[in-house]
Write a protein that binds this ligand. Structure first.
Ligand code: MN
Ligand code: MN
Length: 469
C-alpha cells in the first residue's frame, strides 16, 4: 500500500508530540529575513543595556535617517521627520503624514528601561579587606537570580564640576567584571530553608569590587581607598561624586542564539527592547505615511511609569500638543483621534511551568506577536481594556499584511498580574491595545525570545504606521 503522507507529516509523526508552531507556515525566505533582522536586534542589545544608551542609540540612528530636533515654531510637510529627547532617557520619533493631524496620529509606545540593580547614593564600603558596593534593585526581580554571575557597570557620574562622565565597565573582554557572591551549599543550611523570595535579601545584593589594598601604607580601608584611587584615575571622580551618579549594574554577557536550530535569542533586557527596537525601526523607515507616525521609547515603565521620563509624565502629551499647534489644532483634538499600539512583552508559555497559564489564552513562542486586550490583576484591576472595535481594527491590519499574531492573557485569572503603559495612554483619551513579543524567563537576567516573533513585531508596527484606513 502506498504511503500518502508527506515527508513532513511522517517526520512530525515520528518526532513531534504536538505542534502548533506558526514557523511551519512561513517560507524559508521569510524565516531568513526574520533571522537577519534579528542580527541587527542582537547588536543593538549588546550595545544598549540601559535607557540612556538606548536613547542615544536611537537618536544617532534617527539623525542618520534624516530626523531633526522638533522645533515647535516651524511648520512641517508630509514626510518631514523629527525627534525629541527627554532628559537623555526617553525618545519620541515622528514622521508627519499626508492627512491633517485632526485625524489623529498612529502611535507606538515601548519602554527602554529594564530591571537591574542601581548603586545606592553612598555605595562603597570595605569589610574584612574586601571592597563592596551597596545596591538598590530597580523593577521586579527575583533577587536570587542576580548572584554568582558576571556583572557590568553602566551609567553616568555628574562630577562636582558639573561635568557628566559616562561609565561603562565590563563590556569588552579585556575589562574586569563584578559579582554578587552567594553562599556555598556546604554552609547554606539556614539559607536553603528560606523561600525563594527571602533566600537573598535586598541588603545582600552587594557587589564585590576589589580586594587589594594600597601598598606600603597604614590605616584602615586601604582596599576601598585603592578602588577610589582607580575610579579617580579613570573618571576623575571622588567618593562624594557617587551622590550625583546613576550607576546601574547589569549582566555582563552578550546576547546569544539559543537552540541547535538557532531559532531564539537569549540575553538581558528583551523586556522591553524587543518591542522598542522593532517599533523604532518601523518608525525610522516610514517615508510619507497617511497618518502622522509617532514612536515613543519611554523610561521608568518597570517602576510604574513614574518620574518625568516615564509615561505618567506629560512629555508625550506636550509633544502632541506642540505638533497639533503647528497645524493650528488643539492637542486634545489630535489625541482623541489617536490610535496606539502599546508595545510591551507578554509571558510566553513555558512547558516547565504550565500551571500558571491557561492554555486557551496563553501566548506561545513562534506564534507571532501577541495582542493583549487587557493586563492588570484580579477583576481586570489596573488595566485599560481595549475595545472590541479597536481590537478588530488591529486584527484587520495584521491579517491584511501577513503578520503572524496571536491573542494572549498574562497567566491565569487570579494567578498574579502586571501592567504596561497602555493605561496611561488611555488616560489621554487614545484608543490603545497592548501588542508585543512573548518572552520566556521574563525579568530574569537572561530572557529568551523567538526570532520569528521579533520580526513579526517589526512587520506589525510597520503595517500599523503604513495603514491608510
Ligand atoms: Mn515591559
Ligand atoms: Mn517588565
Amino acid at each position: 500500500m502506498k504511503d500518502e503522507k508527506s515527508y513532513a507529516e511522517q517526520l512530525k509523526e515520528k518526532l513531534c508530540y504536538n505542534s502548533e508552531n506558526a514557523a511551519e507556515k512561513l517560507s524559508e525566505d521569510e524565516l531568513n529575513t526574520a533571522d537577519s533582522f534579528c542580527e541587527g536586534y542582537k547588536s543593538f542589545l549588546n550595545s544598549c543595556k540601559t535607557e540612556r544608551e538606548a536613547a542615544a542609540y536611537f537618536k544617532c540612528l534617527a539623525e542618520q535617517k534624516g530626523f531633526v530636533p522638533f522645533d515647535k515654531s516651524k511648520t512641517y510637510a508630509p514626510g518631514d521627520k523629527v525627534y525629541v529627547i527627554n532628559r537623555s532617557k526617553a525618545v519620541i520619533l515622528a514622521v508627519f503624514g499626508k492627512k491633517s493631524l485632526c485625524e489623529g496620529v498612529r502611535l507606538t509606545a515601548a519602554h527602554i528601561d529594564s530591571p537591574r540593580l542601581d548603586l545606592k547614593p553612598n555605595p562603597l564600603y570595605e569589610d574584612n579587606k574586601l571592597a563592596l558596593l551597596k545596591t538598590h534593585y530597580y523593577g521586579g526581580i527575583k533577587k536570587y537570580q542576580w548572584t554568582a554571575m558576571p556583572l557590568a557597570m553602566h551609567g553616568v557620574v555628574v562630577l562636582k564640576s558639573g561635568e557628566a562622565v559616562k561609565v561603562t565597565i565590563g563590556e569588552s573582554p579585556d575589562e574586569p567584571h563584578f559579582v554578587i557572591t552567594d553562599l556555598l551549599p556546604h554552609l547554606a543550611g539556614e539559607q536553603m530553608k528560606k523561600t525563594l523570595a527571602e533566600g537573598i535579601s535586598g541588603e545582600e545584593l552587594n557587589i564585590l569590587i576589589g580586594s587589594r589594598p594600597i601598598k606600603d601604607d597604614e590605616g584602615g580601608d586601604l582596599v576601598k581607598l585603592n578602588i577610589l584611587r582607580i575610579l579617580n584615575e579613570k573618571y576623575g571622580m571622588t567618593e562624594a561624586d557617587f551622590l550625583s551618579a546613576e550607576l546601574e549594574m547589569v549582566p555582563a554577557y552578550p546576547v546569544t542564539d539559543i537552540g541547535l536550530d538557532r531559532s531564539m535569542i537569549g540575553g538581558y533586557g528583551h523586556d522591553d527592547r524587543v518591542c522598542a527596537y522593532p517599533s523604532a525601526m518601523a518608525a525610522l523607515e516610514c517615508a510619507e505615511p497617511e497618518y502622522t507616525s509617532v514612536c515613543v521609547l519611554t523610561d521608568k515603565e518597570e517602576i510604574g511609569s513614574e518620574g518625568n521620563t516615564g509615561l505618567r509624565s506629560s512629555y508625550l502629551k506636550y509633544f502632541i500638543e506642540d505638533i497639533a499647534a503647528t497645524q493650528g489644532l488643539d492637542g486634545r483634538a489630535v489625541l482623541s483621534k489617536t490610535q496606539c499600539l502599546s508595545a510591551d512583552v507578554n509571558a510566553g508559555f513555558d512547558p516547565t511551568f504550565p500551571s500558571v497559564i491557561e492554555k486557551l489564552n496563553a501566548a506561545y513562542l513562534n506564534n507571532g506577536i501577541v495582542v493583549t486586550k487587557y493586563t492588570g490583576s484580579r477583576g481586570k484591576a489596573g488595566t485599560s481594556d481595549a475595545s472590541a472595535e479597536f481590537v478588530a481594527k488591529v486584527r484587520k491590519i495584521f491579517d491584511g499584511n501577513g503578520i503572524v499574531w496571536q491573542m494572549g492573557e498574562l497567566g491565569k485569572v487570579d494567578g498574579g498580574g502586571g501592567g504596561t503603559v497602555a493605561k496611561y495612554i488611555a488616560e489621554l483619551n487614545v484608543d490603545v491595545v497592548d501588542v508585543g513579543v512573548p518572552v520566556l524567563s521574563m525579568h530574569a537576567p537572561f530572557e529568551v525570545v523567538s526570532k520569528l516573533d521579533v520580526y513579526m513585531a517589526y512587520k506589525a508596527f510597520k503595517a500599523f504606521f503604513e495603514d491608510k484606513e
